[in-house]
Design a protein around this ligand. Structure first.
Ligand code: AMP
Length: 396
């Protein structure tokens, strides 16, 4: 772990500005899933245990630099108090912390109103970052999922205060390092989902780093088509054929084995329970579409997993939202889960749809690490060092 963590910081009597991601779903004015709030509790409690006073800084929605009342973070106050088992003082303005009352000085934990109400936040305005930095003595970033954006509260401030990673950020960085930085080999990556065009950089980076690349989902159709195979009515980016060919050529050079489906499940329409059949990957009828990988492909995937030590996964292998086209995703997830529980595989997965797919498969719990970060996880898989991570102090 190259960056400082809470373990290396002297927090006694210090005000610690903690960037967290509590951008939770809200329905009818109530938080409907408090997972993100629950996950920051260890960091906040640790800071308190070390004698520090945490001030939580977070964004909520996209108010674009203006006060938008229904994007207030006040909605998170009660769930946060529940997660921490103590009271939290909600503060609407920076002035309130700049000129604290006795009550505020006595508060253990402060939650600051939506930082994106300030125009300087998303612009990473140096003056705004300096104003934020003046509110505390130490900066702790626990929001990996916001670290791909260079904003004042994720990047600018880290350059102005002694800084470190929070527990959640630390866990995320360690998991990603174990999967892509210095992994135990062989490493296998699963990349699925709809389109090649959204995951180009990711594929380009992975073929340089992993031993096996399993391509599934709609993007596999683009690769099949690039090999001259007719994919009928399947979702396919025909104009990406040269790009797919470049990726295959690069993989041949780097020695990365690419696994495309050898058989597929085809249907006439994109609909739950649609009539379907298994055909060879090169035999999709003209009037049908590929919606999942077939049983032989699942066997190959399981074998590759059996022989691997590390797995990194983004994107479903088929149209997992509709049955029975979730079969390959479920089967591969179950195989990875079994090997992970047996201690034979380090498995890291991330990205919005991937988390949903693994949850649906009942496999997420068994994975070594499941990242709920969307964009940040993908950028890390693309080989980018995220600005919010890069700005943290390095460990001695
Ligand atoms: P992504 O957001 O790129 O990970 O893509 C996830 C989406 O890809 C899901 O909504 C899946 O239903 C969709 N998908 C996966 N495989 C296929 C396929 N063969 N045909 C159409 N859509 C697919």
């Amino acid at each position: 772990m190259p960056w400082k963590t809470l373990d290396e910081m002297d927090l006694k009597g210090k005000r610690v500005l903690v960037r967290v991601d509590i951008n939770v779903p809200v329905e009818n004015g109530v938080v409907s899933d408090a997972t993100r709030i629950d996950r920051i509790a260890p960091t906040v409690l640790d800071i308190l245990a070390k004698g520090g006073k945490p001030v939580l800084v977070a964004h909520f929605g996209r108010p674009k630099g203006k006060v938008v009342l229904d994007m207030t973070l006040r909605v998170c106050l009660k769930p946060l108090e529940r997660a921490l088992g103590r009271s939290v003082v909600f503060v609407e303005t920076l002035e309130a912390i700049e000129h604290p009352t006795d009550e505020l000085n006595a508060a253990d934990v402060i939650l600051l109103e939506n930082i994106r109400f300030h125009a300087g936040e998303e612009k990473n305005d140096p003056e705004f970052a300096a104003r934020l930095a003046a509110l505390g003595d130490i900066y702790c970033n626990d929001a990996f999922s916001a670290a791909h954006r260079a904003h004042a509260s994720t990047e600018g401030i880290a350059r102005l205060l002694p800084s470190c990673a929070g527990r959640l950020m630390e866990a995320e960085l360690k998991a990603l390092e174990a999967a892509l930085g210095a992994p135990q080999r062989p490493v296998v990556a699963v990349v699925g989902g709809a389109k090649v065009s959204t995951k180009l950089e990711l594929l380009g980076n992975l073929v340089e780093k992993v031993d096996h690349l399993i391509i599934g989902g709609g993007m596999a159709n683009t690769f099949l088509a690039a090999k001259g195979i007719n994919v009928g009515k399947s979702l396919c980016e025909h104009d990406m054929a040269p790009t797919a060919q470049d990726i295959l050529a690069k993989a041949a050079k780097t020695g990365c084995a690419i696994h495309l489906p050898v058989d597929v499940v085809v249907a006439s329409e994109f609909k739950a329970g649609a009539e379907n059949k298994v055909v060879g990957a090169a035999e999709c009828p003209e009037d049908m579409m590929i919606l999942d990988a077939g049983p032989e492909s699942i066997k190959t995937i399981s074998q590759v997993f059996e022989n691997a030590k590390t797995l990194i996964w983004n994107g479903p292998l088929g149209a997992f939202e509709i049955e029975p086209f979730d079969t390959a995703t479920n089967a591969a997830a179950a195989a990875a889960a079994r090997l992970s529980v047996a201690g034979k595989l380090i498995s890291v997965a991330g990205g919005g749809d991937t988390v949903a797919a693994l949850n649906k498969a009942g496999a997420a719990e068994a994975f070594t690490y499941v990242s709920t970060a969307g964009g940040a996880f993908l950028e890390w898989m693309e080989g980018k060092l995220l600005p919010g991570v890069a700005a943290l102090d390095l460990a001695a």
